[in-house]
Design a protein around this ligand. Structure first.
Ligand code: FES
Length: 156
């Protein structure tokens, strides 16, 4: 079974040849970021190949479409599209679970803050519209009562 050496932890893991690196690393409890679930659409699962590039399966069309044909320059592959046939060393320093969770938390809080601000602005507009309509009806009410006219109900 081929071995994968992980950097920066220098952990060594046996990976079955039939599994792609994303699945095999996750099965081994190693965090690799992914948004598309291994469908080659997000490019979050990029890993850097430090050594053993001859032991990798060639990039499929989906990977080439996403990353281009620049592996010889960047040494980057999509872990969800890469299988290994021999020993490889990869760099996972871009996949930090706590950092990703912190980013997600801050994005979520920013989103909820902006929603709250938007909601309060909408409420203010609604209250202002209500006040305006109250003033308008107050001025219209007097002659209406005198003439016996019944005001139609508001549709809010
Ligand atoms: S998991 Fe999304 S591209 Fe690999």
């Amino acid at each position: 079974m081929p071995k994968v050496t992980l950097r920066p932890s220098l952990e060594v893991i046996d990976i079955p040849e039939e599994k792609n690196l994303l699945t095999a690393l996750r099965d081994a409890g190693i965090y690799v970021k992914s948004s598309c679930g291994g469908h080659a659409t997000c490019s979050d699962c990029i890993i850097k190949i430090v050594s053993g590039e001859d032991s990798l399966t060639p990039p499929p069309f989906e990977e080439l479409k996403l990353l281009g044909n620049v592996f010889h320059i960047t040494k980057e592959r999509l872990s969800c599209q890469t299988k290994i046939t021999g020993d490889v060393t990869i760099d996972l320093s871009n996949h930090d679970k706590s950092r990703d969770q912190e980013r997600m938390r801050s994005k979520t809080s920013q989103f909820s803050k902006s929603r709250t601000v938007r909601r309060t602005k909408d409420e203010q507009k609604e209250q202002q519209a209500f006040k305006d309509s109250e003033q308008q009806t107050a001025t219209e009410e007097r002659p209406a009562k005198q003439s016996g006219f019944k005001r139609p109900k508001r549709k809010y």
